[in-house]
Design a protein around this ligand. Structure first.
Ligand SMILES: C[S@@+](CC[C@H](N)C(=O)[O-])C[C@H]1O[C@@H](n2cnc3c(N)ncnc32)[C@H](O)[C@@H]1O
Length: 204
C-alpha cells in the first residue's frame, strides 16, 4: 500500500507544483483543507467521505499511520485526499498565501513535561505561518485533552493578531463540534481533562 498508493497520492515537495494546490486533485475541489498530524487518519477519511467537494491535504510523520490512512482511502474509494508524510511545517512553507479554507490540529502531541513544552507544534512562529496560508475568514480547529496545552494554545491563539475566537457560548469549547469525527487518540482518553475544542477564524 505504502509502496503502490503513496507515490500516487503524495504531495510533491515542490513550490511550483503547489502554487495552485487544487491541481493536486483529479477534480478541482471547491475548498481545500489541511489536517495536521492525523495519526491513524480516521478523521481524514470520515471528513473526506462526508465532504466529497473538499480536497483534503493530510499530514502525518508516523509511517504506520500513513499506511492505515492509505488503506482507508482505498477501501472507501476516496479521491479527495492527498498525503504529506514529512514534517507538516515543511509543507506549509511551500504553500502560497491564503490557499486554505480550513485547518485541523486535533490532539497534537501534548509534550506534558514543562521542559518539553517548546516541542509543542503550537508556537507563535508556527501560527504566523498557519495564518499566512489560511484564506481570510477561514477556520482553524484545535483540540486537546491536556489542560496545560489547552491553556498554552488558547493564550497563543488569542494573542495572535490574525485570529478571532468563534465561541458562541461561554462553554462552547467543552462540546465537540457537530461536524467532528472522533479520533483514535481521543478515544484513548490519555489526557487530564475532557477534550476541548477551540474554533478560530483568520480575520477577514
Ligand atoms: C497525539 S497524536 C494524535 C493523532 C490524531 N490527530 C488523533 O487525534 O488520533 C499526534 C500525531 O501528530 C503527528 N505529528 C507530530 N508532529 C508532526 C509534524 N510536525 N508533522 C506531521 N505530523 C506530526 C505524530 O506523529 C502523531 O501521530
Amino acid at each position: 500500500m505504502v509502496d503502490n498508493l503513496l507515490p500516487r497520492l503524495r504531495i510533491p515537495a515542490d513550490r511550483e507544483a503547489l502554487q495552485v494546490p487544487a491541481t493536486l486533485f483529479e477534480t478541482a475541489p471547491q475548498h481545500l483543507w489541511l489536517e495536521i498530524g492525523f495519526g491513524g487518519g480516521e478523521h481524514v477519511s470520515a471528513q473526506a467521505r462526508a465532504n466529497p467537494a473538499v480536497g483534503i491535504m493530510a499530514s502525518e510523520v508516523f509511517v504506520e499511520g500513513v499506511a492505515k490512512c492509505l488503506s482507508d482511502i482505498e477501501e472507501m474509494s476516496l479521491t479527495n485526499v492527498r498525503l504529506w508524510d514529512e514534517d507538516v511545517r515543511e509543507l506549509i512553507t511551500l504553500l502560497p498565501d491564503g490557499c486554505l479554507d480550513r485547518v485541523f490540529i486535533l490532539f497534537p502531541d501534548p509534550w506534558p513535561k514543562k521542559r518539553h513544552h517548546k516541542r509543542r507544534i503550537i508556537q507563535s512562529d508556527f501560527l504566523d505561518e498557519i495564518t499566512r496560508v489560511l484564506k481570510p475568514g477561514a477556520a482553524l480547529r484545535f483540540a486537546t485533552d491536556v489542560r496545560s496545552y489547552a491553556d498554552d494554545a488558547l493564550l497563543r491563539f488569542l494573542q495572535h493578531p490574525a485570529l478571532e475566537w468563534q465561541a458562541n457560548r461561554a462553554d462552547d469549547w467543552r462540546v465537540a463540534p457537530e461536524d467532528h469525527f472522533t479520533t483514535r487518540y481521543e478515544t484513548k482518553q490519555l489526557g487530564d481533562i475532557a477534550p476541548v475544542f477551540f474554533e478560530f477564524r483568520r480575520e477577514a
